[in-house]
Design a binder for this molecule. Sequence first.
Ligand SMILES: Nc1ncnc2c1ncn2[C@@H]1O[C@H](COP(=O)(O)OP(=O)(O)OP(=O)(O)O)[C@@H](O)[C@H]1O
Ligand SMILES: [Mg+2]
Length: 315
Amino acid sequence: MSDLAIVDVGVSYGRFVAVRDVTLAVPAGTTLALVGESGSGKSSLAHAIARLLPPGTGLTGSVQVGGRELASLRGRDLRDVRGRVVSYLAQDAMAALNPVMRVGRQVGEVFARHQGLSRRESAGRAGDLLRRVGIQAPDLVARKFPHELSGGMRQRVMIAIALALAPEVLVADEPTTALDVTVQAEILALVRALQAERGFAIVWITHDMGVVAEIADDVAVMYGGRIVEQGPVRDVFAAPAHPYTRALIEAAREQPDTAAKARFLTIVGQPPAGELPSGCSFHPRCPVAIDRCSTERPGSRLIGEGRHAACHLAG
Ligand SMILES: Nc1ncnc2c1ncn2[C@@H]1O[C@H](COP(=O)(O)OP(=O)(O)OP(=O)(O)O)[C@@H](O)[C@H]1O
Ligand SMILES: [Mg+2]
């Protein structure tokens, strides 16, 4: 399995820049959690990595898997990479699945399309895979339509599809947000077990700091399209360096209820939309900002082993 390297990635929709200068490394077999408020650019970055941005979207920088550049691929090369090198797991399994096709067929289609297997061979492989994602009666489930399954079962089917071609990188965009806590825990355990067995790298987007602690080795915090802090989860949680990270962690502590936690309700002020503030984007909301913060944008710098933060006051 291979490492994922993201270097200076930018995403823009027309004149609006959603992601700026993002550099991250995710070694094979490890999980990076990506957190930040709604609109901070998490899904845009996820779509850039999985090469799923809508046509016409600007993508700059480099996305490498095992040294192979994905950012410049087009057409057939790009289709060949999706699902086989990088797979994407979406939040809404109901929307991602075809409502009028039985789920076994949908899993089997991946093999039929990419590996040219016959319908019978594909069905066999689909059954094996459904069993691997913890579905007890795969033959029965394979004959169901998506709406006949529970949310957790549908997400298991999505995981089966995402991992069917044994990708090197899994990009998971809040795949458990819509599930209740028990089912969420089962899905996290399943993905971790599959990762331990196969060794793929994961980028896991979440609003939930509990999920970060549960699944990730490293965490990257996004604000206004930039990564403002990154490092090993344990170190960042023990001593967050950026005031925004501190606010996120405090908000999660004060609001153990997941619904509230999901929205980071207690962080005062609004995240930037459109034009970014001068200097540090967070300065209008920052409780410890100094004069310099409104005029000079802090670059990301090394503040400890494997730790980076973009704050004039960090380190
Ligand atoms: N296809 C698009 N066209 C134009 N603007 C877009 C498009 N997709 C996203 N944006 C904008 O880019 C910014 C970042 O959006 P993105 O979906 O990446 O944020 P996010 O962090 O995933 O938010 P959420 O937590 O709500 O999922 C937002 O301001 C959003 O409105
Ligand atoms: Mg999103």
